[in-house]
Write a protein that binds this ligand. Structure first.
Ligand code: MN
Length: 240
């Protein structure tokens, strides 16, 4: 058993000051480092190369980011859809499918929960406010992201409840898309009071755990959020 667990994190391509840069947010990197992993930046301009990264990583963290191009779940874009980048979408979808095949544990955060669901056959709302059949809470919070703003009820039968040691928590929220129809191999583990899906996990194994909120900006002051990263690294070790 090796001690150095390599955690792949796909990078966004962002134009900053005239140069395209591979962008990964610091809080996810810090959380991986704090729980004993070695973060590996995965460039996302060549979706066909994802097998190369899957062959060296022990775990896959799919982080927050832009919207997902709706063609990846069989829809045309509605006016409320935000920025998309098909190359990161396709790269991450390839990574998720490859991770399932190679039994590489995953942790999905915000956009990550959506990408994992899409990659495994589910779909998402392009814009909650425009498409939810019933009124929704403020899911794109105006508060800073290290503070929770809405509550989530956790299914007591889920692994998520075991990790969090509670069935009701305050979470932050920085999304306008959300899981709609869930993939067959996954189950819903958490919802907000408006019925929006805020957590999913694998039905038959421990490969997928994903949340719609951002534990990486809360874990330093909230032990429940920290346990999500500890669980991720425990799962990575288990499947090594
Ligand atoms: Mn939310």
């Amino acid at each position: 058993m090796k001690n150095n667990l390599i955690i792949g994190i796909p990078a966004e391509s962002r134009m900053i000051k005239g140069i395209y840069r591979n962008n990964v947010n610091s809080p996810e990197v810090s959380a991986v480092v704090d729980y004993g992993g070695i973060p590996l930046l995965i460039p996302t301009r060549n979706p066909d190369l994802m097998d190369n990264y899957l062959s060296i990583i022990d775990g896959l963290l799919i982080p927050g980011g832009a919207d997902v191009a709706p063609r990846f779940y069989g829809e045309e874009p509605i006016p409320e859809l935000g920025d998309t980048d098909a190359l990161i979408d396709e790269s991450e979808i390839n990574l998720v499918r490859g991770a399932v095949n190679s039994k590489i544990p995953m942790f999905g955060i915000c956009r990550g929960i959506q990408v994992i669901n899409i990659a495994l056959g589910g779909n998402i709302y392009q814009d909650l406010a425009a498409q939810s059949p019933t009124p929704v809470l403020q899911h794109y919070q105006r508060a800073v992201l290290d503070q929770g703003t809405h509550h989530v009820t956790v299914d007591s039968d889920s692994k998520l409840a075991t990790i969090l040691e509670t069935t009701k928590i305050l979470v932050n929220s920085h999304h306008h898309e959300a899981v709609k129809e869930i993939a067959e191999s996954l189950k819903v583990t958490a919802t907000s009071s408006d019925g929006v899906i805020e957590g999913i996990e694998s039905v038959d194994d421990d490969l997928v755990m994903a949340v719609q909120w951002h534990p990486e900006t809360m874990y330093k002051s909230d032990a429940k959020m920290a346990r999500l990263f500890k669980d991720f690294m425990d799962r990575v070790r288990k499947y090594q």
